[in-house]
Design a protein around this ligand. Sequence first.
Ligand SMILES: C[S@@+](CC[C@H](N)C(=O)[O-])C[C@H]1O[C@@H](n2cnc3c(N)ncnc32)[C@H](O)[C@@H]1O
Length: 210
Amino acid sequence: MEQIRRDFEAVASRWDSNPTRVKIAREVGDAILREVKMTPQMDVLDYGCGTGLLAMQLQPHVHSVCGADSSPAMVAVLQDKIATLKPGNVSTQLVDFERGAHASGSYDLIVSSMVTHHVPDTAALFKEWKRLLKPHGQIAFADLDTEDGAFHGDNTGVFHLGFDRAELRKLLLAAGFAEVRDSTATSVSKEIEGQGAREFPIFLIVATKM
Ligand SMILES: C[S@@+](CC[C@H](N)C(=O)[O-])C[C@H]1O[C@@H](n2cnc3c(N)ncnc32)[C@H](O)[C@@H]1O
């Protein structure tokens, strides 16, 4: 039986008005630009692109970026940005591999920010990413380090309370990735009721398809 998902439809139109979300995406984008050598030949897939914050940041550095997401409302926001800003190399796909709607195309790099904790089966997601990569293609994904559930507060549709980097490394090696390396992309400070301000570090893991 499918577990209850988070409702991204309801929040898409005001997603970009939350400064914390915009900061996370920008700093994850900066970390990707530091850690991955981008070239004007690269085709990039932003998996779980949301409103395309990361896709739009990376597009000037590469040949193309496709934003893929399972939320029609999120994809619609990115499509509006494309219509207004006319970047010329950004496209969208509505995908949902858990329900059999697989992304298409073949990519040099898959990027993803704050998505993996919303996907119950991480190994299945890595398998899907591997399928979408060209030989020796790379993934660069960011998410929370292990936390106690305080980050979201309402943990509906949060299937992982962050991740242990060493466990992800094992999963990636088992899935056929190599050259796995991690760094800290950013850290979010949040006021938690009764606890004051707490820091939530966000990792970036880069790996290469073997
Ligand atoms: C926390 S948001 C992050 C959005 C964007 N990456 C950002 O940083 O602003 C998670 C996104 O993942 C998408 N998502 C969740 N499960 C997905 C799946 N199985 N396939 C594709 N997208 C998914 C959601 O619709 C949502 O847009």
